[in-house]
Design a protein around this ligand. Structure first.
Ligand SMILES: Nc1nc2c(ncn2[C@@H]2O[C@H](COP(=O)(O)OP(=O)(O)O)[C@@H](O)[C@H]2O)c(=O)[nH]1
Ligand SMILES: [Mg+2]
Length: 349
């Protein structure tokens, strides 16, 4: 295979990297806030919410990049009697379950949990609509403790209950959303947790920092893949192919931090960070960046980065250059996202 074909092959494979999506099932009574929670987790309105309790729904699959959210209809209803439920729906093919409830836990939820437990499936309990918790003679914390005790008693199991609200009167961090994101990441096996993390909205600096780590891992992996695919000596052979690889990498990094092209284009151009980010937008500037880095002076700069990816002994200057450019871009995206998040937090305070 000639180098061009190898490069194309690599790009193709990279685009379909780890085809397996992380599948997260939400179950619970209609109106509990399953769809609203899905939207909060990703920070985008991907699931339709409804104020009407509609009990005849089908299973809804919501695909969001590498994540599939499964919105189940109520268990043990007339449309889905218990005996038919598991013939139509096999829990074993899903990675994680969230039981969302807003009033009391229903018998149907309890039955479902018991089945999940038998099948060794993980389940997170979420008491949503905490904004509605109120009692004249108790604090909210006392009510929460009571709810948790109640749930544990009903399930005859010790479980942790997460308390959330999807009512946007407060910042997400005060509504339990990032805590739930962290728990989801913890419950999933690492590669799947990373996938969820990549697609979760960063409401806190902690999640943002985790995203950065994850992005660095992705760049590293891409370079190792590039080396493994014999793309080492690519530099100088065809800058166009290198630029294409960089383009994919930049896009991925931006997406992870939810930095849109419009955001970069409309920022006015004075901001230094935005200028760096804008370099990753256009083919010709990417090519220029690559060419600049390959000049003698820059070669030294790049060479410093090669030992970092030391597992790949034959790492060439080309792969090192890409690595350097990727990390530089990642730093800029991270700094930009950090600033944006700080401003968001300030504005809401
Ligand atoms: N007050 C309040 N309303 C909520 C909350 N979460 C969801 N809702 C509302 O409850 C209704 C049902 O929500 P939805 O997400 O469609 O529930 P689903 O049937 O479980 O998917 C919608 O009108 C939502 O706006 C919450 O935490 N607090
Ligand atoms: Mg729904």
């Amino acid at each position: 295979m000639d180098i061009k074909m190898q490069a194309q092959d690599f790009i193709e494979k990279w685009g379909h990297e780890d085809g397996k999506k992380v599948k997260i099932v939400f179950f619970g009574q209609p109106g509990a806030g399953k769809s609203s929670l899905i939207n909060e987790l990703v920070g985008e309105k991907i699931a339709a919410t409804s104020s009407m309790t509609d009990t005849t729904r089908q299973v809804q699959m919501i695909e969001y990049n590498e994540v599939v959210f499964v919105d189940l209809p109520g268990y043990d209803t007339s449309e889905f009697p218990a005996n038919k439920y598991f013939t139509q729906f096999n829990p074993l093919q899903y990675d994680l379950f969230l039981c969302v409830f807003s009033g009391k836990l229903q018998q149907a939820d309890i039955n479902f949990f018991k089945t999940l437990k038998r099948l060794n499936r993980q389940c997170i309990f979420v008491r949503n609509k905490v904004d509605g918790l109120y009692a004249a003679n108790k604090t909210v914390e006392e009510i929460k403790t009571e709810i948790t005790d109640d749930v544990c008693r009903q399930l005859t199991n010790q479980v942790k209950v997460f308390f959330t609200s999807c009512r946007k009167n407060l910042p997400a961090i005060e509504r339990g959303i990032p805590e739930l994101q962290e728990e989801i990441i913890l419950c999933l096996e690492p590669t799947l947790g990373d996938k969820f993390l990549r697609n979760a909205k960063a409401y806190t600096k902690s999640i943002l920092a985790q995203k950065k780590q994850e992005a660095a891992k992705a760049i590293n992996k891409a370079m190792i893949m590039a080396a493994g695919n014999g793309l080492n000596p690519l530099f100088g052979v065809d800058v166009g192919i290198d630029a294409k690889i960089m383009d994919i990498m930049y896009k991925r990094i931006r997406k992870m931090f939810e930095i849109s092209e419009e955001e970069i284009n409309t920022d006015g151009g004075k901001n230094k960070l935005v200028k760096i980010l804008a370099r990753g937008l256009k083919k010709d500037t990417i090519v220029k960046g690559l060419e600049t880095l390959m000049t003698n002076e820059m070669k030294k700069k790049t060479a410093k980065y090669i030992p970092i990816i030391g597992q790949v002994t034959a790492m060439s200057l080309g792969a090192g250059t890409m690595y350097y450019l990727g990390m530089e871009y990642l730093d800029a995206c991270y700094a930009y996202a950090q600033k944006r998040l700080e401003e968001e937090i300030k504005m809401r305070a």
